[in-house]
Design a protein around this ligand. Structure first.
Ligand SMILES: Nc1ncnc2c1ncn2[C@@H]1O[C@H](COP(=O)(O)OP(=O)(O)O)[C@@H](O)[C@H]1O
Ligand SMILES: N[C@@H](CC(=O)OP(=O)(O)O)C(=O)O
Length: 462
């Protein structure tokens, strides 16, 4: 049995739904289908999830929401009409949205989660309805009935272990099952969404729960590329990646796959394949336990912006036992997570996502570090980007970081910080946000052009 997840780009229009239905029909092993909410039909379009968020925010402000609600119903209506489906399904979706905006707003996160989840929920109902209309026996299954149990952390749920046992009941059914992605239910029965892009997680946990032979993740590109195609023109395709590499790359900015979606499939030993709904015969990218690193020690280059770095220096920091713990304790008290913490003898930097700090919180954190840890200097640098060079094979070759830094130098990009992950799977470079695209292109040219492919690096002797 295969589990196939179709992303927002695959659910965006009637034309796309026809392609998805044909993909489902083309392989009878595609028994469980996980769908996202209708996504972007063209570059400047807005995802239904974002329309729902805007609707929810308007409701909370007490504004008139008629137009916003109508725009969402219209997205589904256009799809249904172009598929010649009866009004029944659109009436159901419209009623559902009207009910959701009337829901209890006391807990705003919960209210928002209900609306956000409706994007995938209604998409799944619509797709199951469409499949049935084409003669394919299909049923919509709600994540609650499927047994997807998650932590009660709105917008950031994590799967609870009992889910995997519960999901076994989806096996062996004599029809196609359509499950909405992106949300589950807490043990108390509250609907809770995963973080953005979380339908990938639903697909992975279901694949693990039913012990699928393959988890196929359908999107709008033929494969995962070695660099973001929005930054590098026509980048090289990746045939195989390890779970570890894909997780690192996703976390560092490859938005094509959610970084938390790999672990469930990996633990259950299920291969993952990223494929294109618009070109399903292309082989796609396989994510596997092991690959041959000899040709491509570097698997890919990712970049992400929106970071800041807090720099702290104090003479004899190296001798002060407990300094690091107390510094991190301040972040923990403030509910801030950090990404990297490179340090020297008398100084250390902490890199974090800057959306965690409003002006007031930033000032409080800096003041606390200054007074509670009695530091000599403290400063914060905003608008930083992290460039990540990732590859499990890097550990076996000499000179990869030299090549990377030479590429930065040639592109005239100043490296503000370097950090090599302890497993040597990744190398991180902090640069100014405005330099990030230039840096990615320079690294791409260094590692993935023809000349780079012919250059043999010496192996590490162990
Ligand atoms: N390294 C990469 N390889 C492939 N696609 C990437 C990469 N980095 C970013 N992307 C972007 O991810 C997009 C697919 O992800 P997403 O928009 O979430 O699709 P879906 O709606 O199908 O889930 C691609 O269209 C591409 O622009
Ligand atoms: N629709 C949700 C969940 C999701 O996974 O979407 P997509 O498959 O379009 O990335 C979001 O936009 O976050």
């Amino acid at each position: 049995m295969k589990v196939a997840k179709f992303g927002g780009t695959s659910m965006a229009s009637a034309e796309q739904l026809i392609k998805v239905a044909n993909i489902v029909k083309a392989d009878e092993n595609r028994k469980i289908i996980v769908v996202s909410a209708p996504g972007k039909r063209f570059k400047e379009d807005t995802k239904t999830t974002d329309l729902l968020i805007a609707l929810g925010e308007s409701c909370l402000k007490g504004e008139n929401t008629d137009d916003k609600l109508m725009a969402i119903v219209d997205r589904y209506k256009e799809i249904a009409e172009n598929l010649n489906l009866s009004n029944e399904i659109i009436d159901e979706i419209s009623t559902n949205l009207h009910e959701l905006i009337q829901a209890d707003q006391t807990n705003t996160d919960r209210f928002m989660d209900g609306l956000k989840a409706s994007g995938e929920d209604n998409s799944a109902k619509l797709f199951a309805f469409f499949l049935n209309s084409t003669g394919v026996a299909a049923s919509y299954v709600n994540p609650k009935d499927a047994g997807i149990v998650v932590t009660d952390d709105p917008g950031n749920a994590q799967t609870l272990p009992e889910t995997y046992e519960n999901l076994k009941k989806l096996k062996g059914r004599n029809e196609v099952i359509v499950v909405p992605g992106f949300f589950g239910f807490s043990p108390e029965g509250n609907l809770v969404t995963f973080s953005r892009g979380g339908s990938d997680i639903t697909g992975s946990i279901i694949a693990a729960g039913v012990d699928a032979e393959l988890y196929e993740n359908f999107t709008d590109v033929d494969s995962v590329f070695v660099a973001n195609p929005n930054i590098v023109d026509d980048p090289k395709e990746i045939k195989e990646l390890t779970y570890k590499e894909m997780r690192e790359l996703s976390y560092a900015g490859f938005s094509v796959f959610h970084d938390e979606a790999l672990i469930p499939a990996f633990r259950a030993g299920i291969p993952v394949c990223i494929k294109n709904t618009n070109n399903p015969s292309a082989p796609g990218t396989f994510i596997v336990a092991e690959r041959d690193f000899s040709k491509d020690p570097v698997a890919g280059i990712a970049s992400d912006s929106g970071f800041c770095s807090i720099y702290v220096s104090k003479y004899l920091m190296n001798r002060e036992i407990g300094f690091g713990r107390r510094l991190l304790q301040i972040l923990e008290d403030e509910g801030i997570s950090y990404e990297h913490m490179p340090s020297g003898i008398d100084d250390t930097s902490i890199i974090l996502r800057e959306n965690q700090l409003c002006d007031e919180k930033e000032q409080r954190v800096l003041d606390r570090i200054k007074t509670e840890l009695n530091v000599d200097t403290i400063s914060i640098r905003h608008n930083q980007a992290m460039i990540m060079v990732v590859g499990e094979g890097m550990t076996s070759y000499v000179g990869i970081s030299a090549k990377a830094t030479a590429a930065f130098a040639r592109a005239g990009v100043n490296i503000e910080m370097i950090n090599q992950g302890s497993s040597e799977v990744s190398m991180m470079f902090a640069v100014a946000e405005s330099d990030a695209p230039k840096a990615v292109v320079a690294l791409y040219n260094e590692f993935f052009t023809e000349a780079a492919n012919q250059e043999e690096l010496p192996l590490v002797l162990r």
